[in-house]
Write a protein that binds this ligand. Structure first.
Ligand code: NAD
Length: 392
C-alpha cells in the first residue's frame, strides 16, 4: 500500500492508496462495512483489479474510550495527517463540560477549512417540495471561523463581566441592552479565511463546468464580518479569475442570506455553487438537503485544498434509536465515499456507485427511513443490492 501525497500543488494518488477510516459509534458499525464493500466492488469493477484501496482502521469514539481511555487518540489524528485522505462514520459527542466535539477537533487540528456539501435530487426519493429536481447545488461552508470559533463567555461569569467592561470602558460601546446579564460571543472573519474559501468554490465551479458562484452573507447587518466576506470574495474573483469573468465563463454574484433561503426554495435553478460563512452554511446546507428529501442521505466533506487533507463523513449522527437493528441507511456515508473517489480522481468508480444508487432509489429499494416504517430493506441487504447493480 502507498501514501497519497500532495506534490507541486496536485494530489498524487497511487493505484493502491492507504485510506484511514473511523467506523464510528452507533449505526457506524453497520453503515461503514457496507460503505467499504460498495467502494471496493466499484473500484474492482471500474479498474479490473489494477486499483485497490488499502483500508486502515483508526481508533475513535466509544470503542477507543474503552481501549485507550480517550475518544480521539493522537495516533488517529496523526494517521489522518500522514495519509491525507480519510473517511469517517458518525461519532458520539462526549457529554461533559470541556470536551469538544470530536468532529470539531478533527476539523480544527487539520485546518479543514472547507465544509463541502453537494445537494442534488435522486428520482424516487420523497421530497416536501414540488420540483426537487431543480435543486443542484454545491455548498462551500467556511469551517474554521465565524461565531463557531468557540470564543464565548457565559452570562454572569467574571470573563463576561471583564469583556463587558472592556467594551464599555475600552471601546466606548454603549449599545449592550442588558449588560448585567449578557453572555458574549466573538465572530472573527478574516480576509485570508474568506479568500481561501471563495477560491476553493471558484476552482470547483471551473473544474466542474459550473458557471455561477453566489456569495451568501448577511453583510447588510454585519458590515465588517459578513460584509468583509462579500467584499474580499468579489476582490479575489476579480484579481485571480478576471479572465474567466471577462470571457463569460464565470459569474460571481451575491445574495443576502435571508433572501437566499427564500429564493432557493422558490427558484433553486438560479443557484449552482454557494460560498458562505460558517453559521449561514450550517442553515443553508440543511435546508437544501431537506428540499431534496435527503436530510438523512446527504454527504459531506471537510477539506483543506492547500495541504490536500480531507475527511469525508456521514452528515447524520450515531442514531442510537436504531443502532444494531439493521435499519440504518448507509447512503450518507456511501455518497461521501463517492465524493472521496471523485477527489482522488477515480471518477469511473464514483460513477458506478452513483448509477447504482440512482437505480435503487428509482426502483424504491431503500431502507425503512425512505420506504416507510415496516417497509424497505435492511442495511446489509441494501448493500447487497448496490453491489449487485455495480457488478452486473
Ligand atoms: P442523529 O442523526 O443521530 O439522529 C436523528 C434521527 O435521524 C434519529 O431518529 C435517527 O434514527 C435518524 N437517523 C440518523 N441517521 C440515520 C441513518 N443513517 N439511517 C436512518 N435513520 C437515521 O442525531 P442526534 O440524535 O441529534 O445525535 C445523536 C448523537 O450523534 C449525538 O451524540 C450527536 O452529537 C452525534 N452526532 C454526530 C455527528 C457526526 O459524527 N458527524 C453528527 C450529528 C450528531
Amino acid at each position: 500500500m502507498a501514501k497519497i501525497i500532495k506534490e507541486g500543488g496536485r494530489l498524487v494518488v497511487p493505484d493502491n492508496p492507504t485510506i484511514p477510516f473511523i467506523t464510528g459509534d452507533g449505526v457506524g458499525a453497520e453503515i461503514t462495512p457496507v460503505c467499504r464493500e460498495t467502494v471496493d466492488c466499484a473500484v474492482d469493477k471500474a479498474y479490473g483489479g489494477e486499483r485497490k484501496i488499502g483500508w486502515m482502521e483508526l481508533d475513535a469514539g466509544e470503542a477507543s474510550v474503552k481501549k485507550n481511555g480517550t475518544p480521539l487518540p493522537d495516533s488517529t489524528l496523526e494517521a489522518f495527517r500522514e495519509y491525507l485522505v480519510g473517511i469517517k462514520g458518525p461519532l458520539m459527542t462526549p457529554v461533559g463540560k470541556g470536551i469538544r466535539s470530536l468532529n470539531v477537533t478533527l476539523r480544527q487540528t487539520l485546518d479543514l477549512y472547507v465544509c463541502q456539501r453537494p445537494v442534488r435530487y435522486f428520482d424516487g426519493v420523497k421530497s416536501p417540495v414540488k420540483h426537487p429536481e431543480r435543486v443542484d447545488m454545491c455548498v462551500f461552508r467556511e469551517n474554521t471561523e465565524d461565531i463557531y470559533a468557540g470564543i464565548e463567555w457565559a452570562a454572569g461569569t467574571p470573563e463576561a463581566e471583564k469583556f463587558g467592561a472592556f467594551l464599555r470602558e475600552g471601546m466606548g460601546v454603549k449599545k449592550v441592552r442588558f449588560p448585567q446579564t449578557s453572555a458574549y460571543g466573538v465572530k472573527p472573519v478574516s480576509r485570508e479565511g474568506s479568500e481561501r474559501l471563495v477560491r476553493s468554490a471558484i476552482e470547483y465551479a471551473i473544474s466542474t463546468g459550473r458557471k455561477t458562484v453566489t456569495l451568501v452573507h448577511k453583510g447588510n447587518i454585519m458590515k465588517f464580518t459578513e460584509g468583509g466576506f462579500r467584499d474580499w470574495g468579489y476582490a479575489l474573483a476579480r484579481n485571480e479569475y478576471g479572465k474567466y469573468l471577462d470571457e463569460g465563463k464565470l459569474e460571481v454574484n451575491d445574495c443576502i442570506c435571508d433572501a437566499f433561503l427564500q429564493n432557493a426554495l422558490l427558484h433553486p435553478e438560479r443557484y449552482s455553487v454557494i460560498a458562505t460563512l460558517n453559521l449561514n452554511g450550517d442553515y443553508v446546507s440543511d435546508m437544501l438537503a431537506a428540499q431534496v428529501g435527503g436530510i438523512g442521505i446527504s454527504p459531506g466533506a471537510n477539506i483543506n485544498y492547500d495541504s490536500g487533507h480531507a475527511i469525508f463523513e456521514a452528515t447524520h449522527g450515531v442514531a442510537p434509536d436504531i443502532a444494531g437493528k439493521n435499519l440504518a441507511n448507509p447512503c450518507s456515508l456511501i455518497l461521501s465515499a463517492v465524493m472521496m473517489l471523485e477527489y482522488l480522481g477515480w471518477k469511473e468508480a464514483a460513477g458506478l456507485i452513483t448509477s447504482a444508487l440512482e437505480r435503487a432509489f428509482r426502483e424504491g429499494r431503500t431502507t425503512p427511513d425512505l420506504s416507510g416504517a415496516g417497509k424497505g430493506v435492511g442495511t446489509r441487504e441494501f448493500g447487497e443490492i448496490l453491489k449487485g447493480f455495480i457488478a452486473g
